[in-house]
Design a protein around this ligand. Structure first.
Ligand SMILES: [Zn+2]
Length: 143
């Protein structure tokens, strides 16, 4: 009986871990490579010219950080192309890919704090990803 109890409790513990991962809240940074000079229509922002290089996009997911990041990775691989956020328009463009992801688990909305820190060093792409806040933008060309 003890063994069964252990299995049940391990099963329960595992389920809780998975649930925690799925419901993990926080912010993320996508390191995006634009391999060639690109003119892309970014939804309501209109046409934007992107020079080749590396960009950092800062976003947040207050429901599920993991599934949001997976969605972006799928979009960048052109497997999932539902256009909702500004970043979706960039990621679906040819020659654009995500080369690295950083996740920051937090119950607080820290994306604008990260964007602020980045803005001290890099100029944002004006209003990109910042429709719902007062930041200059949440996408920065870094290299
Ligand atoms: Zn912001």
């Amino acid at each position: 009986m003890a063994i069964i109890a252990n299995i049940i409790s391990e099963g329960t513990a595992k389920k809780n871990v998975e649930t925690d991962l799925i419901q993990m809240k926080g912010a993320y940074c996508l390191i995006v490579q634009v391999s060639k000079s690109s003119t892309i229509k970014i939804g309501s922002l209109g046409i934007i010219n992107f020079d080749p290089g590396y960009y950092i996009y800062v976003g947040s997911a207050m429901n599920s950080l993991e599934s949001r990041v997976h969605r972006h990775l799928n979009t960048a691989e052109k497997k999932f192309c539902k256009l909702r956020w500004h970043i979706d328009y960039l990621l679906t463009a040819p020659g654009v890919k995500i080369i690295r992801v950083y996740e920051f688990v937090s119950k607080n909305k820290i994306e604008c704090t990260i964007a602020y820190v980045l803005s001290q060093r890099y100029a944002p792409v004006s209003r990109f990803g910042s429709s719902d806040c007062k930041c200059g933008g949440h996408l920065f060309k870094v290299k």
